[in-house]
Design a protein around this ligand. Structure first.
Ligand SMILES: [Fe+2]
Ligand SMILES: [Fe+2]
Length: 210
């Protein structure tokens, strides 16, 4: 049942999102400012919704599993991009606050790597193939790879990425529902840790920028 072609075709063309835009606007109609990360979250939600709707109209276990594997591969790409971004920030951190912040970056990098490993393992358990292909990695990822020009920028970019991950994992938990308790437990565990990461970064921001 492993379909090699499917793993390479994770990101749907943008014009396919048009059909779900109204749904996203309805439920996501918070007061959206012009801050770029909110736009990114909307894009993320549109894309997640696209996969969810596809799963909802497809009957049968195998079809559900394909969708779960597809979603998990996007989460895997997200975690890998987060590892790379945190590593970059760890090595590039400089300034009077650098030491403590760098230690936090490194810890987060290691924990994101742990998430990536859990997700890859689960994909294999579901009969899928984890996509580690560097080609298209940043397109498959929900979060972005932003280097940041200084320590404050780095922390802010990491916080944006964590917020994207939090929304993304919450959507995945809701999608999986009670259909796949094992995947759901894993996702809930990762979600809780992303929330801790965001809290860590907010604390750093208030210490350094506040
Ligand atoms: Fe993570
Ligand atoms: Fe995180």
């Amino acid at each position: 049942m492993i379909r090699h072609g499917a793993a390479r075709n994770i990101v749907a063309p943008l014009n396919l999102f048009a059909g779900v835009k109204a749904v996203a606007d309805q439920s996501g109609a918070k007061a959206v400012s012009n801050k770029p990360f909110l736009t990114d979250i909307k894009t993320l939600r549109d894309r997640a919704r696209q996969h969810i709707e596809k799963g909802a109209v497809t009957e049968g276990y195998a079809a559900d599993r394909d969708t779960v594997v597809k979603i998990l591969n996007e989460a895997l790409a997200t975690e890998i991009v987060c590892v790379l971004r945190y590593k970059r920030h760890y090595f590039m951190a400089s300034g009077i606050h650098a030491e403590g912040v760098a230690a936090e970056f490194l810890q987060h990098a290691n924990e994101e790597q742990g998430h990536a490993d859990l997700i890859a393992q689960r994909i294999v358990q579901l009969g899928g193939e984890p996509n580690f292909n560097p080609d298209g990695l940043t397109s498959r990822s929900h979060a972005e790879y932003v280097e940041g020009e200084n320590l404050l920028d780095m922390i802010k970019e990491d916080l944006v990425a964590e917020r994207i991950a939090i929304d993304s994992y919450r959507e995945m938990v809701n999608y999986v529902g009670t259909d796949d308790p094992t995947t759901r437990r894993m996702l809930e565990g990762i979600l809780a840790m992303e929330e801790e990461h965001a809290e860590d970064l907010v604390s750093l921001l208030s210490e350094i920028g506040g």
